[in-house]
Design a protein. Sequence first.
Length: 99
Amino acid sequence: MDANMRARREKQPLEYPSAGSAFKRTPGHYTAQLIDSCGLRGTRVGGAQVSEKHAGFIVNTGGATAADVLALMDLVKKTVLDRTGVAIEPEIIYVPAAE
């Protein structure tokens, strides 16, 4: 258990709040590597940022709104598709509040 937690701390951005992995594993690809290969590590929209530690995570660096996270996810999806031809899918499911 200690080894698992140590590996998690080394590889995942646990120092910031996040919803975990933002995108599903893409068959035949490592999604985080696709995102990183497009130069998106560290990209921000408002308080939402593609993690510097693991490009598959979107973290809240302070004050991120749902709109920030969704806009950043859209930017990442579009950029990865445009540059690599690979369509990535969100892992996070957004459910808007009832009005």
